[in-house]
Design a protein around this ligand. Sequence first.
Ligand code: NIG
Ligand code: FE
Length: 412
Amino acid sequence: MSQRSILIRNIKQLCQTDTGLQPQGVVRGADMSLLPSLDNAWLRVEAGRIHSFGSIADLGDQTADELIDATGRLVLPAWCDSHTHLVFAAPREQEFADRIRGLSYEEIARRGGGILNSARKLNEMDEETLYHQSQARLDQVVAQGTGAIEIKSGYGLCLEGELKMLRVIRRLKEANKVAIKATFLAAHAYPVAYRDNKPAYIDHIINDMLPVVAAEGLADYMDAFCEQGFFGIPETERLLEAGWKYGLKPKIHANQLHHSGGVEVGVKHHAISVDHLECVGDAEIEALLQGNTMPTLLPGAAFFLGMHYQPARKIIDAGLPVCLATDYNPGSCPSGNIPLLLTIACTQLRMTPEEAINSVTINGAAAMELEHELGSIRVGKKANLIITKPIHSVASIPYDYGNQPVERTLVF
Ligand code: NIG
Ligand code: FE
């Protein structure tokens, strides 16, 4: 932990400020359109934490070990990307081309492509290579402004492969300052060997994998791809109950391809979040209103697969919070670029720039249980921050799409 003090001066706009007067945490409904900010500001970092901030007029004669001039620039909390599959062995651009020619994502999966394709490649790769590849991807998203990230297993689909992925995630945690949460997703697809005996794979996950994962402290959360043709409701319930026994809270894939009941099952089992939500209507919204589970939308996947988008307006207008995450993975969204995600959220989900930024800062932090540490500019929080290039306003971030708005990401 760096003990150096840093003073950022001449900030054009300090965004997502939290003066401590409101209870910190999730932003929901109409409040999502509010993004508190301070024009012409300064911010002081001490020992990696936000020490103080204010208006330039009140700066006084402070100095610090490092002075940063942010003239014309915005400062925001670093992005909190609460759903990724950043550890993978190889891209799948052939399937991308096959989809353009007319094959569907589900059809590719049925033919042994998709997640099974990634699993084959992952199981052939040694841990060292996997680690270095993953580190390079992490470096890239941090440069794009990400300061906290969740990473899943789920391309091993066997004890050895799942442990290899989770150990790589642990090494990433140890080697990087960016906050990382690990999620156990052995229930991502049925491996070929279990195609004719699916219950035996659930038993294998619960009896053979979970105890080792828990004993080694390799995961924070439990996930399952709850979907028709993947893991159904009874299977998902068994997995989530088993995860809870080891203290792994659920964070699940739900309602990507069908109204599969995944949202309801997530709420019932007190999931931290239910993620994807392309297929969400009144029943799912009603279920979400009954619990504290975060609806997390992954529109990058809908964009890349050419599917219909999540009904973000309907969810926000019902008074619920919305979290956005990239879903960075080689199949359905090979990008961990949050600024691009914000553009998709604004143009396709009709979220305002303020709503979209709330979704990837404080609500993203909450979807990783980090809202007390990250996700807003609040005294005492970790100073994981974005300093933008010189830009017009906060709306320029989604507006100026395809151009990298982030100049520097600070992580502690
Ligand atoms: O979140 N939907 C399931 N899992 C991933 C995609 C995995 C893959 O295609 O490799 C997702 O979209
Ligand atoms: Fe995913």
